[in-house]
Design a protein around this ligand. Structure first.
Ligand code: AMP
Length: 417
């Protein structure tokens, strides 16, 4: 992947003012990686094959150049000029919503056609002039078979979540729809992953020499982040380690993750009692307060953000030197998502895990997900009193004991009978 993660803004694309106003209104400050790569390629009218999952900003990555195309080559529509296909009705509605948001200051009409809704009404919509068709392959195929859908004027086709579409067996319907387009069209295919041979083959039948946009897989990226484990005996030990790490000169800004809101509040209060500049961010705050807190954090007015996973969802575009898991997450994908907040733009990021004995199960699960063990570190004078090996031995012993106890119980029960 090209290193485009510079100080690029939306103004750098050749987008019309009506689109820039909508972008502004949505508070998108800078393009996400998939937008940086896909928007210029689509604007140059190349076919595009993009590997980008939900949450990467992929919808705007195709909606913006699609709207710009309609602005650049205006034509009073009778029949739709753009067709966007999605595997599910929910996704189709989501895309439709983004078209409305980003197209707020344009004058284009879009129609959504999915299963689960009154077909007669949909036919009436199709009879009116409109520009953009968003739909699921099944219902569109059905309407086309009934002679109610005319794709004669389609100039651009966007296929979202192609991998899921193939999993759901919609490939034949998609091909049937594309075969009904009589002239050449620009194609853009988005998929969470490009690695499966199914998607590659599917793309080959649709795209013509596409520009490939592969947003670094999260798991791959995690290799660039220095990760480390500090074993802690108990809460007091964990707090002392946290204080020490945050007061280290290399720590400029940190997100401290907790699994629960109550713990995040507690950790934040404790940090403040130690004169560490911190704020808590959890799911209960209204959007305006969340934005205010994030702004302060971005502007370095506060050094530490203590966050839960829910609250951290909108923090994708931040740049922090340290991510500290005060609580180890329960799943590997959550772990990767958390640590991805650091190490952006080729900087070295540090992800630190504070692990008590009872967290070892979660640590093992995460290491399994990563495919490698995480190194351990110690701070002089703050060494743990246990080793992972010993803790595992004790766990095995306890498991054996409880098995024997269970067997004894079962024996007593059968005797009683
Ligand atoms: P998507 O991957 O399309 O589902 O988008 C995920 C979320 O990112 C949505 O809530 C979008 O509104 C948001 N989003 C898309 N582009 C940007 C951007 N450039 N800056 C900030 N948020 C964005």
């Amino acid at each position: 992947m090209k290193n485009t993660e510079t100080a690029m803004t939306f103004d750098d694309f050749d987008l019309d003012d009506v689109l820039l106003s909508a972008i502004n209104k949505l508070n998108y400050h800078k393009p996400t990686p998939v937008q940086m790569e896909a928007i210029p390629a689509m604007l140059e009218r190349h076919d595009v094959l993009a590997g980008a999952a939900t949450g990467t900003g992929k919808t705007a990555a195709f909606v913006l150049p699609m709207l710009q195309f309609l602005l650049d080559e205006p034509r009073y529509p009778n029949l739709p000029r753009v067709m966007i296909l999605a595997p599910t009705r929910e996704l189709a509605f989501q895309i439709h919503k983004v078209i409305h948001e980003l197209g707020e200051f344009c004058d284009f009409k879009s129609v959504i056609i999915t299963g689960g809704f009154d077909q007669t009404k949909q036919i009436r919509h199709l009879e009116q002039p409109f520009d953009i068709l968003v739909g699921t392959p099944g219902r569109l195929t059905h309407l086309m078979a009934e002679g109610e859908l005319d794709l004669n004027d389609i100039e651009m086709v966007i296929i979202d979540e192609a991998d899921r579409m193939l999993d759901m067996g919609q490939g034949t319907d998609v091909h049937g729809l594309l075969d009904a387009i009589p002239t050449e069209f620009q194609a853009a295919l988005f998929s969470a992953t490009l690695s499966g041979s199914g998607v590659q083959r599917f793309a080959e039948t649709i795209c013509d020499e596409p520009v490939i946009v592969q947003i670094e897989a999260a798991n791959e990226k995690s290799k660039q982040i220095q990760q480390v484990v500090y074993l802690a005996d108990d809460k007091a030990h964990k707090q002392a380690l946290l204080e020490n790490l945050l007061k280290d000169a290399t720590c400029e800004s940190a997100i401290v993750f907790c699994n629960k809101k109550t713990r995040a509040i507690e950790v934040n209060e404790w940090l403040q009692s130690k004169n560490i500049s911190s704020q808590v961010l959890h799911g209960d705050f209204i959007q305006a307060i969340r934005l205010e807190k994030m702004k302060k954090f971005k502007n370095n007015q506060i050094k530490v953000l203590v966050a839960t996973d829910v609250a951290a969802r909108g923090l994708d575009l931040l740049n922090v030197t340290h991510v500290i898991n005060y609580d180890i997450p329960f799943r590997g994908d959550i772990y990767i998502h958390r640590i991805g907040r650091t190490g952006r733009a080729q900087q070295v990021g540090l992800a630190i895990n504070l692990v008590e004995r009872h967290d070892l199960v979660n640590l093992e699960r995460i290491e399994y997900h990563l495919g490698h063990k995480l190194p351990q570190a110690k701070i002089e004078g703050m060494e743990p009193s246990y080793k992972v090996k010993d803790a595992k031995r004790v766990k095995k012993k306890n498991a054996k004991k409880s098995k024997i106890a269970q067997k004894k119980k079962a024996k007593v029960k059968t005797k009683k009978k």
